[in-house]
Design a protein around this ligand. Sequence first.
Ligand code: DC
Length: 226
Amino acid sequence: MKRNAGLVIAIDGVVGSGKTSTAREVARVLGYRHLDTGAMYRAATLAARQAGVAAAETAALADLLSRIRITLLPQHQGGAVLLDGRDVSHRIRSPEITRAVGAYADLPLVRRALIAQQQRLGAEGGVVAEGRDIASVVFPDADLKIRMVADLRARALRRFRELTEKGVSISLEDVVTDIRQRDAEDAARDYGTCAPPTDVIELDTTGMTLNGQVEHIVSLARQRGA
Ligand code: DC
C-alpha cells in the first residue's frame, strides 16, 4: 500500500528473539519511526500502578487511559518513552512492571485504546512497528511482515549476556526458566487474532548477529521500495 512517509514494517517475534533491538536499528537505518508497542503496554501499566488502579478496576482504568499521554520519541530525538511528558524509558523495563504488564495487556479496553493510538501513529507509513499482534491485528496490511524466532538456548544466552553486562547476577538456568514461562504466557494470551497473518517471512536468528538481522530486514524493505 502506498503511504506518504514510507512503508509499514511489522516485526513480531518470540521472547528474547532480539526483536526490539532489531526493530530499533532497522528504523534508524531507514530513517523510520520505531513503534515499540510493548513499551506502550508497559507505560500504561506504570501509569496504572502509580495511580493505584488495579487491572480489575475497569471503570477507573478506562478513565485513566483517557487522561494519560504516551509518547514514543523518534530515534533522532533520543527514542525515549514519555508518560505525560516524563521520561519513563528505564522504569517501564523494571522487573515489577515486567511482572505486572500481562494482567493489563490482557484487557480488551487497554488493547482497544493502545491499538487505536498505534494505528494513528502508523497511518502515514515510515514505521517499524513491533509487537505480538502487529501483523495480525494492528497492521494486517503492512508492506513487510517479519516473524523472528530463535532456539531457546540462543535466546537465553542473549538475555543472560545482556543482564550480566548490566551487572545483574542471575544464572543461565534461571534465564531459561524465565523465558520458558514467558513463552507459555504468550502462547496462552489472546491477542484478539482472528486468523494468522498472511505473507509473514520467518527469520530464524539463532546463529545471526544483530547487524546480520538488521541488514537482512533492511534489504527486504529496500526490495519493497523503502
Ligand atoms: O515486548 P515486551 O516485553 O516489551 O512486551 C511487554 C508486554 O506487553 C508483554 O507482556 C506482552 C505485551 N504486549 C502485548 O500484549 N501486545 C503487544 N503488541 C506488545 C506487547
